[in-house]
Design a protein around this ligand. Structure first.
Ligand code: PLP
Length: 404
């Protein structure tokens, strides 16, 4: 008799975004004339850069001719793209990462959820609270956690590392070292960043405790300040203890096109086995490569013109972030993030819960964001707004919130 993977039944269900859309559609039904502005979900709104579109068109044309047609892509990605990544994202920043250590994929979500497959089921995981839920849920599915406790809103056997205003939304080193440590900077949902010195402490800690850091830098392109590391490999020793995930989604508006990559350095060895070999085996067995046309589009992101166009879109979003941040600050809100990340993390006023503030904002300003508690109990009394809306809506949303 076939049976199910019972670990899946431990998951409480994707309560957050389904509850948001239910509440919004009920509100819309009751208030058909309300013009609702959505600053909730972290998806881009700007179209792809012209240089990326040109690269797509010409790659499509190549697919029409026998002599330029491409079938399966190489397992780890096309060399033309991996070399660009190695030079522009790593060597130019002083990081010692070679093209052979880069695995091209269809995005960071798949990679950061699949990576746990190469680790033992007895490994403990450490995650920030609040957290991008994928890190936890993928380990729940694999059976690496205990049951979900609805009172504490946490899974048993997971080391939660609280991130709050007191620690600047950067976790402290846990007393008991997790085997796998998930870190994400610039952070979703708090918009916080980590300094190079603080990240170095995590690297030293991981080496001392034989832990592996799974470093998600999907929002690296939004960093504007000095002394904020763009890659964990800026830290000494990180080649021995860290895997890094990157995404073209927010950097270049590829949320619908799908492209990302993972770096597994050759020096990362556990039990005498190189993790690079394990990830290569996993990748080759379960994945058949990002499409050629998408990898050509990714290559165009690294051209001079492509880079300029992409930076323009990032500046546009970050100007939105500034409008949100300054508007809310002026209105007396306690706000975080929004400087090196497209997320603004605000403290709810008058000690409202995240969901009370959600209802209040929807009712009074017709603006939709994301309740912080949806990312973990430490997110209670916080609220996330994103800078990915268009300018007009962003200004209008903040005007309405300020006028509440
Ligand atoms: N990592 C973080 C922290 C994210 O916020 C997201 C998307 O919202 C992803 C990864 C997913 O990236 P991708 O679109 O490349 O799968």
């Amino acid at each position: 008799m076939a049976t199910i993977n019972k670990n899946f039944t431990k998951l409480p269900g994707s309560y957050l975004f389904s509850t948001i859309s239910k509440k919004v559609s009920e509100f819309e039904k009751a208030n058909p004339n309300a013009s609702i502005i959505r600053l909730g979900i972290g998806d881009v709104t700007k179209p792809l850069a012209p240089t990326v579109i040109d690269a797509l068109h010409s790659a499509v044309d190549e697919m029409a001719h026998e002599d330029t047609f491409k079938g399966y892509a190489p397992d780890l990605g096309y060399t033309f793209l991996r070399e660009k990544i190695a030079v522009s994202d790593y060597k130019d920043r002083g990081c010692d990462i070679s093209a052979d250590e880069i695995f091209v994929s269809d995005g960071a979500k798949c990679d950061c959820s699949n990576i746990q497959e190469i680790f033992g089921l007895d490994n403990t995981i450490g995650v920030c609270d609040p957290v991008y839920p994928v890190y936890v849920d993928s380990n729940v599915m694999a059976g690496r956690t205990g049951l979900y406790n609805s009172d504490s809103m946490r899974f048993d056997n997971v080391i939660y590392m609280p991130c709050n205003a007191d620690n600047g939304f950067v976790p402290e080193l846990p007393d008991k070292a997790p085997d796998l440590i998930y870190l994400c900077f610039p952070n979703n949902p708090t918009g916080a960043v980590i300094t190079k010195d603080a990240l170095q402490k995590w690297v030293d800690y991981a080496i001392k405790n034989n832990s592996v850091i799974l470093y998600d830098s999907a929002y690296e392109a939004f960093i504007s300040e000095e002394n904020v590391p763009h890659s964990i490999y800026e830290c000494e020793g990180a080649r021995k203890c860290a895997i890094e995930f990157r995404s073209f989604s927010k950097t270049a508006g590829f949320t619908g096109l799908r492209l990302g990559y993972t770096v597994v350095p050759f020096d990362l060895v556990l039990d005498g086995v190189a993790l690079h070999d394990l990830w290569a085996r996993r990748h080759g067995t379960k994945y058949n490569g990002a499409p050629y046309i998408v990898q050509k589009a990714g290559e165009a992101v690294y051209s001079k013109q492509g880079r300029a166009e992409i930076n323009e879109a990032i500046s546009y979003y970050m100007a939105n972030a500034k409008i949100i941040l300054e508007g809310l600050e002026k209105a007396g809100y306690e706000v975080y993030g929004g400087v090196n990340a497209p997320y603004i993390w605000l403290k709810t006023p008058n000690n409202m819960t995240s969901w009370e503030f959600f209802d209040y904002l929807l009712e009074k300003a017709n603006v939709v964001g994301t309740p912080g508690v949806g990312f973990g109990p430490e997110g209670e009394h916080y609220y996330r707004l994103t800078a990915f809306g268009n300018r007009e809506n962003t200004i209008e949303a903040i005007d309405r919130i300020v006028a509440m």
